[in-house]
Design a protein around this ligand. Structure first.
Ligand code: SAH
Length: 226
């Protein structure tokens, strides 16, 4: 059985979204991973199928109700060891390292927030791991869930055509990746760096590493600290 993703959302029709295309889509067709989306609203019990309410203490917006969300979560994960993630701008920033750990497991359960977010008690009671995809605010967790799943699926065994192509990528060695070039040899007066067409593989590796270090120093010195 492949990697199993379950997404809890008020907009299940947003899934699998872009993940039904290209390599991720083909891998899904081959059964290497699967995605089901659960409509949180199906777990509301009143006649208006209410999923949110006003924030305790006052303030703008609405908050997802803990009872409804907990029932939705509980419906997916009886006897289920999969990590339960909550998309949240307050979460730990997603890293390639966490992506690798998640991809090595059986799957994930992902909760997508909406409105101002979700009641804190359900985060605590269901031990949701809050994950952020960056320091900016989305209108809902759905695009974030698609980002998280994209990063996982592309590194599942056999999904990328050439499994080696992941090795030198940005973040894998704690560095950003070196620049890429392809034919034509000359384009708009710009040449491919001569070293890349020299056939000297040792020199090419050395040049790429130097480029990666220089780029990382310039753009992301924070990555070099460790
Ligand atoms: N009031 C909240 C923002 C709510 S945004 C705050 O200030 O922290 C609505 C939902 O979008 C969130 O519940 C979360 O699920 C999702 N979301 C917004 N920004 C995100 C980010 N950077 N990473 C992951 N999820 C995010």
């Amino acid at each position: 059985m492949g990697f199993r993703a379950t997404v809890l959302t008020l907009y299940p029709e947003m899934f699998p979204g872009h993940l039904s295309y290209s390599l991720a889509g083909k891998a899904m067709e081959r059964g290497q991973w699967s995605l089901d989306s659960v409509q949180i609203r199906d777990f509301a019990t009143d006649k208006h199928r209410t999923v949110d309410d006003t924030p305790a203490g006052g303030g703008a917006g609405m908050v997802l109700k803990p009872d409804v969300l907990a029932r939705a979560i509980d419906s997916t994960c009886e006897n289920d060891a999969r990590p339960r993630l909550l998309m949240s701008p307050r979460g730990k920033p997603l890293t390639q390292e966490r992506v690798r750990e998640l991809a090595a497991g059986q799957g994930v359960i992902i909760v997508c927030g909406r409105f101002e977010g979700v009641d804190q008690r359900v985060i605590d009671a269901r031990e949701l791991e809050e994950i952020s995809i960056g320091d900016y605010v989305l209108s809902g967790g759905e695009p974030a869930a698609l980002v998280v799943l994209d990063t996982i699926v592309r590194i599942l065994p056999g999904v990328m055509g050439n499994d080696l192509s992941g090795l030198h990528e940005s973040f894998e060695g704690g560095l950003l990746e070196h620049p890429h070039y392809t034919r034509p040899q000359e384009w708009e007066g710009r040449e491919i760096p001569a070293i890349l067409t020299s056939g000297n593989h040792g020199a090419i590796e050395k040049w790429r590493h130097e480029q990666a270090v220089a780029l990382t120093k310039e753009r992301r010195p924070d990555l070099l600290k460790d």
